[in-house]
Ligand binder design. Structure first.
Ligand code: HGY
Ligand code: MN
Ligand code: MN
Length: 395
C-alpha cells in the first residue's frame, strides 16, 4: 500500500470532526481502534506480532528470533492533538517495509515495527508509560498505582483492553531491539529540510503544584481577608513564564483543577501541572528552583500553602553520535537538531539500546494541536529516508 492510502486509512480514527483534533488516550476505545488497525496491517503483511505485559507491540519481518532493527513510534495522542505526532512514525514504518519488499530487499536481521503504548501520558499522567515500564525504569508497582482522571486504575484499563495486568513489567521485547530508529514529525520550527536527524532530547519534567487556601464567599469576603489559592497559582504561572524566558527554557501550565470549582466561592485548593524543559539539566533545575521559590514567597503573602510533587522527570538524551552520523551519511547529509519533545526513543536510548531519530519537517512547528501538519512530499521523503536507513542497518 502507498503511504497516502495507509495514511488515509487510519486518519479518521479518534478524530473530532468539530476540532479536527485527535484524542487517543492509552487503552481507550479510539486508541484500541488505532491499535487494531495496526495489527490488521501487520497481519496483511505476514508480520509476526509480539506483545508485552502492558500492550507494547513489535511486528517482525524476518523469521529468526534474534535481535533485530526496530522502527515505529506510538498511536496514542494528547487530548485533541494532531494527526502526525506518533502515527506518522508507525505508518511510515509500514510504508518503508512495503517499499523495501517491492524492491526485493531481504533483511539479514529481523526488521520490526513497534507501537508503544501511552507515550503521551495523556491518560495516566506518566509520559512514555509503556516504554518506561518495558525498559524497567518505572516499576510495575508504580505503574499499577496510576489512575486516570476518572479514577480508573491502570489494571482495569488493561483488563478492559484484554491485557492481563499481571504481566506488567520489564519487557522481553527489548531483548530483541538491537537498534531502534524512530521517525517522528518535528515539533518545532528548527527543521528547514524535509528530513532531519536528532542529536538530543532536552531534559524535561512534570511537577504537580498543589496550592491550598480557604474556601469562602465570593461576595462577602473582603479581599484582604482571603487566602485564595487561585491568586497564588496565577502569580506562579506568571513567574514560570518569566523565568523560562530569562533561561531560554520552556515552562507551561496547561492543566489545572480547582476545588470546589464554584463560580461564587473562593477556592479551597488549586492543583496545577507544570511542564518544564531546558537544554540542559542544570538550567532545568535552576528554572524549577526559581519558580518554586517565587511560588513559596507568594504563598506566604497570600496565607496559602504550596506542595510541589515531581510526577515524572526525563533526563537529557544524547543519541549515540556514531549511529546518528551513520544516518546522516545514508541520507547524504541531513540537518542534525535537538528536540524539546520527549519520545520513546529517549527511553530506549537511556536503556542502552543504540537509538536514533528521524524528523519530518513541520512547516509551522505547531504540535499537540489539531493544526499540526506536515506536507505530503515531506512525509514521502521521510518514508524514503526511513527505508534507506533500515536497508543500511539490516543489510
Ligand atoms: O510531551 C512530549 O514531549 C511528547 O510529545 N510526549
Ligand atoms: Mn507528543
Ligand atoms: Mn510523539
Amino acid at each position: 500500500m502507498s503511504f497516502e492510502s495507509l495514511w488515509a486509512d487510519q486518519s479518521a480514527i479518534g478524530r473530532n470532526p468539530e476540532t479536527g483534533g485527535y484524542t487517543r488516550g492509552g487503552w481507550t476505545p479510539t486508541e484500541r481502534e488505532a491499535t487494531h488497525w495496526f495489527l490488521d496491517q501487520c497481519a496483511a503483511r505476514g508480520l509476526a506480532v509480539e506483545s508485552d505485559g502492558i500492550g507494547n507491540l513489535i511486528a517482525w519481518w524476518g523469521a529468526s528470533d534474534g535481535p533485530g532493527v526496530v522502527t515505529g513510534s506510538h498511536l496514542d495522542s494528547v487530548i485533541d492533538g494532531g494527526a502526525f505526532d506518533g502515527p506518522l512514525g508507525v505508518v511510515s514504518a509500514l510504508a518503508a517495509i512495503d517499499r523495501l519488499r517491492a524492491e526485493g530487499f531481504e533483511p539479514s536481521v529481523p526488521l520490526g515495527v513497534g507501537a508503544f503504548v501511552e507515550e503521551e501520558g495523556s491518560r495516566f499522567g506518566m509520559p512514555c508509560l509503556g516504554s518506561r515500564v518495558a525498559a524497567g525504569v518505572l516499576s510495575a508497582e508504580k505503574a499499577l498505582a496510576l489512575t486516570d482522571r476518572a479514577g480508573v486504575p491502570l489494571a482495569l484499563a488493561l483488563e478492559q483492553a484484554g491485557i492481563d495486568p499481571a504481566g506488567v513489567g520489564p519487557s522481553p521485547l527489548l531483548q530483541r531491539m538491537g537498534t531502534f530508529v524512530e521517525l517522528h514529525v518535528e515539533q518545532g520550527r528548527g527543521l528547514t529540510a524535509p528530513v532531519g536527524v536528532a542529536s538530543s532530547i532536552w531534559p524535561h519534567g512534570r511537577f504537580r503544584f498543589t496550592f491550598g487556601g480557604e474556601a469562602n464567599h465570593a461576595g462577602t469576603t473582603l479581599m484582604e481577608d482571603r487566602h485564595d489559592p487561585m491568586l497564588t497559582y496565577a502569580m506562579t504561572a506568571l513567574a514560570a513564564n518569566k523565568q523560562a524566558r530569562l533561561a531560554g527554557a520552556r515552562a507551561t501550565f496547561g492543566r489545572i483543577s480547582v476545588e470546589p470549582n464554584g463560580t461564587n466561592a473562593v477556592p479551597s485548593q488549586v492543583t496545577a501541572w507544570l511542564d518544564a524543559r531546558a537544554a540542559d539539566t542544570a538550567t532545568l533545575e535552576l528554572l524549577l528552583a526559581a519558580i518554586t521559590k517565587q511560588a513559596t514567597e507568594r504563598a506566604e503573602r497570600d496565607g496559602t500553602t504550596l506542595e510541589v510533587t515531581p510526577e515524572s522527570v526525563s533526563p537529557i538524551v544524547n543519541f549515540p553520535t556514531g549511529l546518528r552520523d551513520r544516518l546522516v551519511g545514508v541520507l547524504d547529509g541531513a540537518p542534525v537538531l535537538p528536540t524539546g519533545a520527549g519520545h520513546d526513543a529517549g527511553v530506549f536510548s537511556d536503556a542502552g539500546i543504540p537509538t536514533a531519530m528521524l524528523f519530518v519537517r513541520n512547516p509551522t512547528g505547531i504540535s499537540h494541536s489539531p493544526a499540526e501538519y506536515a506536507e505530503q512530499d515531506d512525509c514521502l521523503a521521510g518514508v524514503e529516508a526511513l527505508a534507506a536507513v533500515l536497508k543500511d542497518l539490516a543489510k
